[in-house]
Write a protein that binds this ligand. Sequence first.
Ligand code: F6R
Length: 609
Amino acid sequence: MCGITGYVGCRQATPLLINALKKLEYRGYDSAGIAVLDAGEITVRKAKGMLKVLEQRLAGETLSGTVGIGHTRWATHGEPSDGNAHPHTNVSGTIAVVHNGIIENYARLKDWLAERGAAFRSQTDTEVIAHLINYYYKGDLLHAVLQALRRLEGSYALGVLCRDFPDRLVAVRKDSPLVVGKGQDETFIASDVPALLEHTREVYYPDDGEIAVLYRDRVDFFAGEGEKVSRATQRVEWDVGAAEKGGYAHFMLKEIHEQPKALADTLRPHIAGTDGHKDIFFEELCLDDFKTAGRIVIVACGTAWHAGIVAKYAFEHFARLPVEADVASEYRYRSPVSRPADLFIAVSQSGETADTLAAARLAKRSAAKVLAVTNVVGSTLAREADRVVYTRAGPEIAVASTKAFTTQLMCLYLLALKAGQLRGTVSADDYQAYIAELEAIPAKAETALKAKESLQKCAARHFNKAKVFFMGRQFDYAASLECALKLKEISYTHSEAFAAGELKHGPIALVDERTLAVTLATQRGLFDKIASNVAELKSRGAAALIITQDAGGYFAQCGDETVVIPDVRDAFSPLLSVIPAQLFAYYCAVQRGNDPDKPRNLAKSVTVE
Ligand code: F6R
C-alpha cells in the first residue's frame, strides 16, 4: 500500500512527481504529498484526499527544483489528514522522507527520539525515520541512513532527501517494492514500473536491504553494511499505452476489455506444434516436479486465491493430483503440514503481497519447491521463488483485479494440463482437444464481452439490491467466489458466494425479495441440480440472473434473466463466466456513483499485513 516516487535530473521535478503519483494512485489515495529540493531548501506540500486536491493546492504556485520525492497514501498509522500525509521531515525540515510499508517498532523509537528532543507532528510510523536519520546525521547522509536502518523493524521502501545534498536522493527497500529507473541524464524511483514507463524502460530492481543513491547521471548501490555493489539495468517490455486509459472511462473497464489479448499473450509462449500435434511447454520449469509431486499446495490472497481454487479443481480433474488451496495469511500462521513431495505454488499479480511472500518463504524453509505465478518481472516473489511462470496481462492499474485473474487461470490450466499429460491422466486425444479449446478462449472472451450492453441494463435494474448471492457447483462455485468479490469491492453491495449444495445448510435463511441470486450454470452434468437451486431461491422472493453457456435454452424458463457465454468445456468455464460478472460489478459501481478504479478502503498492493 502507498506509492512512492522520486526524481533527480535536469527537468522540474514537481510535474514529474505528480504525474508519477497519478500512475501510483491505485496503491492508496487518502492523501498525497511531494517534497522538492532547491537552493538549499526542501519545500513540502501535502494534502488530505485524492491527488487532485494536492494538484489544486499546487496550482498557482511555482515549486521549482530538479530533485524531489512524492507519496500517495493508504493510511495505516494515523487517520488520513494533511499532517499525516507524507513526506515527513525532521524538526528543522532539512531531511524529508517518503515511505511505503510499516515500521513495527515505531512507538518505542518515538519515545526514544522524543527523550532526545525530537518533536513529533504526526501520528504516523514514518515520521520516526526522518528524526532517526537526523539523529545519526553528522554530514554523511549514507552513513546516517545506514545507522537508522539498523534500528528499524518492519517493511519499507523509502525515498530520502537531505538539504545538504542537492544533487542526490537516497532510496532503500526492505520487504516493500521499489524500482529504480535510469533515463538520459535523469534517474527515478517508484513503487511500480508504470510510473516510470513514460521516461525510461531501463530499470534496476534493488535487492532486499539494498540502498540506492541516485544522481542525475548514475545510481550507486550499497548492501546493508554500506559496501558498494554493482547492479545491471533490465529492460521493461510493457508498452507505455498499457498504463493509460486509452479512451475508456476507467482502467477497470479497459482491463476487462484487454482480457482477450492478455489471455492470448499468456498462452502463446507455452504452445508449440502443428494442429493435432501440439504440446505445452514451460522452459522455465523442471517438469519432473509435476511427475514426482505427491500434492500441490497453492497459496495466494484475494482474487489470486480464487484463481488457486479454480486451479485446485483443474489439477484434480486433469492430473488427479491432490491440491490444497489456502489463503496465504492463514497458511503462514497455522502449523501447515508439509511433505517432501509437495509442490508449492504461490499466485500473485504484484508479486509483492506480504502474506503470500511470507507463506512462500515458509514453504521454502520446509524445503518445498516454490513455483511463482506472477505478473511482475523483478517482483520479490519472482526473485525468491525457485521457478517462475509469468502471466502476460500487462500492468493492471484498477484496484479490482480482472485481467490478472483470467491470465492466472490460463497459466494454471496450462500447468494442470501439462501435469495431466506427464502423469498419464489425460489421453493424447483429449490433450489435443483441450489445447485447442484453450487456444479458442481469447476469441470466446471477445464474444463474452459483447454482453456488455445487456449487463449495463441489468446493473441499472439491480444495483440497489440489498444483497447479491452468487452460487454454483464445482468450477462454477470457484468462479462464483471471484464474482462476489468483484461486486462487493467496487459496488459496496453485500455479496457472497455459496456452493449451491450448501444453500439449504444455512445461507438460504438470508434470501428474501431484496436479494439478487446470480447463478453460474456451466457444469453440464449438474444442470438439473442447479436449476432446482434457482427455483428454491426464486420461490423465496429472490430475483434470478443466470450466467450459462447453454444456448440450447435449458435455463431460459428458469431465471428472470439469462446471460449466455460462448460454449466452453465445463472445466474451462471460469475463464469466460467471470467476464459478465466483472462487467456487472463495474456497471453497478458506476450506477452507485462509485469510482470503480479506486474503491473505498482498498489499495491494490497489500504489502503490509
Ligand atoms: C481483488 C484484488 C485483491 C488481490 C489480492 C492479492 O480485486 O485485487 O484481492 O487479488 O490483494 O494481490 P496479488 O495478486 O498482487 O498478490
